[in-house]
Design a binder for this molecule. Sequence first.
Ligand code: GLY
Length: 396
Amino acid sequence: MIQIPKRQPVQPLLNQDDQQWIHESIEKIIHKMAWLSDKSADKIPFTTVNGVHDDKRTVASPRDSDGLQWWTNGFWAGMLWLLYHETNDEKYARIARRTEEWLDQCFMNFYGLNHDVGFMWLPSAVADYRLTGNLTSRSRGLHAATLLAGRFNPVGRFIRAWNTGRLAYDTRGWAIIDCMFNLPLLYWASEETGDPSYRHIATRHADTVANHFIRADGSSEHIVKFDPDTGEKLQTLRGQGYAEGSAWTRGQSWALYGFMMSYMHTGKPEYLDTAKRVADYFIDHIPESGLIPIDFQQPAEPDYEDSSAAAIAACGLIELAQHVGDDERSTYLQPALRLLKTLSRERCDFSDRNDHFLERCSGSYHEKHHHYSLIYADYYFLEALFKLKGNDLFLW
Ligand code: GLY
């Protein structure tokens, strides 16, 4: 029998200044989203180019996970649903639904979809269903969940990450830390249908990650390669971080918040313990500046940053603060506030000059370009502020 843990509100821990800052930030978000939603209503943005949202609605070739199949394509809808929940303004629902309808085409391109279907359909279709009861949206969510369940390797007890396609590797045995964030789609499908199979797949994958990805010091691998026939662990791979064995910060954030969500959906105390270990490592490594590097083990120069890692970690830390005892709540809440206030003061554009909120995000350490905006950084920044206000639409 699953006991869903209760969230303790963090608002009583916030002082007058914090509350004022949250109130003002949300006012600025509402103001910016009011015009931005109209301006980008015909797009699925991923980043900004010269301050203007790009558009991922290009149909990529079969077997390619770019274009309309790109893993971030649910986040713009997610931002709009957050605003719908906050303001009750129907225009946000109308614009968010466009993404959901465009994404239907992806179901016709099987090899374009991978483990990231949770990122794509939870903040879009499942959000719609949760908020409005739209049954077509429910159906979209269940199709996506069933695709994700089909990627489970029962011998290795992991969900396969990318497809072998554009990547010139045999990825049949690859699992990645990011996938912790797709598990809520499976928990939702079990809760929705009453079929526990989806949840069993999610918990088996989470157990594999706890055993094979999370190191003794609380840091996490990005990629683990298993033998897809025997399930034997073969190798760990660098992925998007600085080096093999280092600590890619967005990966640490996916692990932190991901284990929190597995705890929230199952009540299994070992997931809460794992989330705390990962959080403790993250908190111990926050630099003096409060700005998060791409990798906690990267050299001091170049001083590459990733604001997205900070925003995702802040969300996970706020959830953690809501699920630990009174004596530990500040341990997790205070670093979350510090990360968000630093982002807000130094890396956020609330103005109407640019379509993004957060700046200086990075996809990976070794890519050619760094420091641009990312739609999911904006999404998690907004989510964190609504959590602090106590009006969070929990999409996961
Ligand atoms: N899920 C891919 C990334 O975090 O870049």
